[in-house]
Design a protein around this ligand. Sequence first.
Ligand SMILES: [Zn+2]
Length: 93
Amino acid sequence: MSDKKQNKRNNNKNYDDDYNPKFRKQRKKVCLLCSDKNFVLDYKNPEQLKKFINDKGKILPRRTTGACSKHQRDITTAIKRARHIAILPYTQN
Ligand SMILES: [Zn+2]
């Protein structure tokens, strides 16, 4: 009985070592536009811009997209242009 309990605790401890929610392994985010030289941001291409908006139609922050500051600005401009010509929604629901 006590042995079983001990095992369980140990297992949990091992699990915590692998996956600690406080210190998640941070995967280095690389800017999508910097990494792919052939990637041309086009405000007339909604499929491309949908990657940078959430389900409410809001522009995703840099911490989510991983874009560098220069490209985040480009993305923002492209999305705003697309919204203006009614390719992308300003809001959903
Ligand atoms: Zn970039």
